[in-house]
Design a protein around this ligand. Structure first.
Ligand SMILES: Nc1nc2c(ncn2[C@@H]2O[C@H](COP(=O)(O)OP(=O)(O)OP(=O)(O)O)[C@@H](O)[C@H]2O)c(=O)[nH]1
Ligand SMILES: [Mg+2]
Ligand SMILES: [Zn+2]
Length: 294
């Protein structure tokens, strides 16, 4: 009998599919799918029977790194300290998430490591982002923000993303202690490399799912054009109808509403400077590094 379900795990060539009653099946795709060049991935909604995946439903979105499809939101984890908070990293991640048409939720972790005045200063700046994104302050130690994280994640397919060491796995362990996911300290004890989290899996969580991912040490924009980046800054996009030129890149054009807002301090300076940085970085990128031309 054919059923509908979601792929939550891929190990070797065996897929774990969960049906509506949360029953699990370990199966392989039908050969015909490979013939049609359809490769099922974690997150896919599929039609299947007891032996095989028969059909992969069209994807709502499709991430390349991590390899995961149909994501409702990305929980973008940034540490307040250790490693130090970086607006550039935040804006780079946000750009990539927006480019994939996924909703980001900003989580600032390790707030227990900040002094009161440091916290105030960071909040004053991040306040700018709250106009268009949800921002949650979190600490695994004091458990600040725990209820908020649980509330924002339930009934959704969530993916954790963020710099290595930001505290993604720790956050997951804090909201669901039974998961007992490996974090930094254990990998150090084993004398392994930087990344503690390796494979991708959707973990059943609060009527939804959550995937931990290995942190990135370097973010690359291999598949993007500099001129597209403006569409991934929702705050700029809204203002851009007031730019003099329809195709304004907000880099140098006369009558640019974004440059003008930046000069008037209506846009967080870091935000516009990061935009310029990302734009320039993509501009100087050598075409041979583009994935589609390899
Ligand atoms: N003080 C403090 N330390 C934290 C907090 N969250 C995580 N840490 C520490 O930060 C280090 C890195 O945490 P991980 O959870 O492994 O980071 P990760 O983002 O999963 O890292 P990767 O898997 O390498 O991408 C560990 O030593 C944690 O104990 C926090 O809220 N407060
Ligand atoms: Mg981790
Ligand atoms: Zn402009």
């Amino acid at each position: 009998m054919e059923k509908q379900g979601r792929i939550i795990k891929l190990m070797g060539s065996i897929y774990t599919v969960v049906d509506d009653e949360r029953k699990k099946y370990k199966i392989k795709p039908l050969g015909i799918l490979r013939y049609k060049n359809i490769q099922p991935k974690v997150g896919d909604l599929v039609v299947f029977n007891d032996d095989s995946i028969i059909e992969v439903k069209p994807r709502m979105n499709d991430l390349y790194r991590p390899m995961i499809a149909n994501v409702d939101q990305v929980l973008l984890v940034n540490s307040a300290k250790k490693p130090d908070f970086s607006f550039l990293l935040l804006d780079k991640f946000l750009t990539l998430i927006e480019a994939n048409d996924i909703k980001p939720v900003i989580i600032i972790t390790k707030v227990d490591l900040l002094e009161n005045d440091e916290m105030k200063a960071l909040k004053a700046k991040l306040n700018y982002y709250e106009k268009f994104y949800r921002v949650i302050y979190f600490s695994a130690i004091s458990e600040i923000g725990l209820d908020e994280v649980v509330e924002v994640t339930k009934n959704k397919v969530n993916v954790l993303a963020g710099q290595t060491g930001a505290g993604k796995s720790t956050l997951l362990n804090t909201i669901e202690p039974t998961l007992n996911i490996k974090t930094d300290e254990i990998s150090k004890a084993l004398g392994r490399g930087k990344h503690t989290t390796r494979h991708v899996e959707l973990i059943e969580f609060k009527e939804g799912y959550i995937a931990d991912t290995p942190g990135f040490s370097k973010l690359e924009f291999v598949d993007y054009q500099a001129d597209q980046i403006r569409f991934y800054f929702p705050d700029f996009f809204k203002l851009s109808s007031e730019c003099k030129f329809y195709e304004c890149t907000h880099m140098h054009e006369p009558g640019c509403a974004i440059i003008s807002a930046y000069q008037k301090n209506e846009i967080l300076p870091e935000r516009y400077e990061d935009y310029r940085f990302i734009y320039e970085e993509i501009k100087v990128q050598k075409p041979k590094y583009r994935r589609d031309e390899k």
